[in-house]
Design a protein around this ligand. Sequence first.
Ligand code: IPE
Ligand code: IPE
Ligand code: MG
Length: 243
Amino acid sequence: MDKEDYQLDMNNIPAHIAFIMDGNGRWAKKRMMPRTFGHNEGTKTIRKVALEANRLGVKAMTVYAFSTENFARPEEEVQFIFKLPKKFFESYLKELIENNVQICMIGHLDKAPKATRDIINSAIEQTKNNTGLKLCFAFIYGGRDEIVHSTKQIVQDVQEGKISINDITEDYFNSTLMSANLPDVDLMIRTSGEQRLSNFMLWQLAYAEFIFTPVYWPDFDEKELHKSIWLYQNRERRYGGLK
Ligand code: IPE
Ligand code: IPE
Ligand code: MG
């Protein structure tokens, strides 16, 4: 099937799609290549999928690029991944800017090496006025860590008298998260066949639709995106109510 075979309802495109980009290592292993080869290939998928999501009118796309738990990997692999933003933006930032894409990020950029921080901050700065797709990198990100981070900030604000306990509503809590400027996640897609969240966007996924596909991230493409959105459009979202 081609991507056009999935007839999409253009009035029901998910506003925010979050990806757990998994399977880079296994994709490479299948080809008798080192895991890093898969990570490199995976960056090409980000470009492809972001441009297509932008064309379809998706407002935001978050990609899980490095989790707080991924520090448990061999130092060599971690260092390789930390060098990928430079490669990614040197290759694709110009094209993303031409397509009005805005770069953003959630996570602890302060824990990344200076060169990585600088390149990401520069991409954010250069695209801050763009009004197309928000391409948000979850980098050195953990869902529990994010919630604890917000909680500490809120407690401090209460202690300093800036807000009172009664001000702490769901909307207020949401506005303190790293993802505050993004719409709620409508669709979460995890590649590689694993069916777990691995500490990804625990708050934001409260009412997202989940799709787990066996496809490894480097093989995910425009057609897979169309298929996922088509599947999403055939789900019934009830939010606790009745049809
Ligand atoms: C996802 O691919 C990328 C990161 C976690 C950085 P993996 O590296 O987890 O690939 P597999 O799951 O080992 O195949
Ligand atoms: C989740 O994938 C993290 C990212 C995609 C960045 P992992 O491969 O690290 O997840 P687990 O270890 O299989 O749960
Ligand atoms: Mg994995």
